[in-house]
Design a protein around this ligand. Structure first.
Ligand code: PMV
Length: 360
């Protein structure tokens, strides 16, 4: 794999100091990424809706060191509070991307970050957080390489974000992003996410995602551990093939506006993800009793009304309720009156499909 195009060379005139700020959203996968090879290369392609309301805003302040040494120098603040516990994750990220961003050790960084969703909501901030930080670093790189094209800027930012947290590479653009090489998706790559390049039916525009916060606690099993358990998993090979097949299927669904097809595919993907967890060795369950209660309520409501409500899950107990704009009023009423009671402290987040990161 030729990675030289992602390596900055021949630069000089490092700025003495400065500041850049990016806001970057979370995303929710429709076809899931679960299982990876070395260097954050996914075992199968995935596709996600970019979200709008759930995002991270990161300000990166940089100051040139008076004398370059051999260490990364940075401080991290979440909501103005110093977060030394975030340091190991950022140190690992910097180590992984140092080859591509060779000036990292020339600066002292102050990283000030905040999320629009509560920190302990059970919503992972790694996708929005890592993509926002990667974009800030790219804005600094742009000062050294002003002629970088818009496409190269976004692709490299996505490439870097992937090395922070796999799914983060799908957060930069919207409203649908594919990550992972797939024969039928032109331009798709294992190295970065690409904006879904084909026609999408109007019914999928402005799609809603109401996130029901079933369990706000820390997950018992991290994504990193979960991905690793796909090595030697008895059903891994079949699962990776299924995901490839589902990407082909969703292409037709997105074009034709086939909501029944969409519901069947997306719910099967969510349950298969959790089935993989349950069939791992050691096995684990991230769903909670209320996750199942919500799923069953969604199924009976759909059967009774014929409305195109569906759900998906990420690697946790929370439920993402997906529905088109045209039926939003009726479905939202159902969520408020029948589903919110299963949320921890009645908490939920109204989100919808969004269009990616923005420099502020
Ligand atoms: O990006 P990670 O390593 O946190 O993994 C994310 C995995 C899922 O959210 C379960 C699926 C996905 O494609 O986002």
């Amino acid at each position: 794999m030729d990675l030289t195009r992602f390596t900055l060379t021949n630069y000089n005139n490092l700025p003495n100091k400065g500041s850049v700020t990016w806001s970057s959203p979370s995303n929710i996968a429709l076809v899931k990424y679960w299982g990876k090879k070395e260097h954050q290369i996914p075992e199968n392609p995935s596709i996600s809706f970019t979200l709008d309301a759930c995002k991270t805003i990161t300000e990166l302040n940089f100051e040139k060191k008076s004398k370059t040494d051999d260490s990364f120098s940075f401080k991290v603040f979440l909501d103005e509070v110093a977060k030394p516990d975030f340091h190991p994750k950022i140190e690992t990220f910097f180590k992984r991307i140092e080859t591509y961003i060779p000036f990292l050790k020339d600066f002292h960084f102050t990283i000030k970050t905040r999320n629009t969703f509560p920190h302990s909501s059970g919503i992972a901030s790694s996708a929005s957080g890592m993509s926002a930080l990667a974009l800030c670093l790219m804005s600094l790189e742009k000062q050294l390489n002003p002629n970088i094209s818009g496409t190269d800027f976004i692709q490299k930012a996505s490439f870097l974000a992937r090395l922070g947290s796999g799914s983060a590479c799908r957060s930069l653009e919207g409203d649908l992003v594919v990550w992972g090489n797939h024969q039928q998706i032109e331009g798709s790559s294992d190295l970065f996410g690409v904006k879904y390049p084909y026609q999408v039916h109007d019914v999928f525009k402005n799609y809603h995602d109401t996130i029901l916060l079933v369990d706000k606690g820390e997950k018992q099993v991290s994504s990193t551990v979960g991905h690793n358990l796909m090595h030697g998993h008895p059903f891994a090979k079949q699962r990776f093939m299924q995901a490839v097949h589902n990407i082909s299927k969703i292409k037709d669904i997105l074009k034709s506006g086939d909501l029944d097809g969409f519901i069947a595919l997306v719910e099967s993907e969510a349950l298969t993800l959790h089935a993989m967890m349950m069939a791992s060795n050691p096995y684990f369950i991230l769903m909670k009793p209320n996750t199942l209660k919500i799923i069953n309520k969604i199924w009976s409501f759909r059967q009774q009304t014929g409305l195109p409500i569906s759900f998906t899950l990420d690697a946790g107990a929370n439920v993402h309720v997906l529905y088109p704009e045209k039926d939003a009023e009726q479905i939202y009423k159902f969520i408020k009156t029948q589903l919110v009671e299963y949320c921890q402290n009645g908490h939920y987040i109204c989100d919808r499909i969004g269009f990616g990161a923005k420099q502020l």
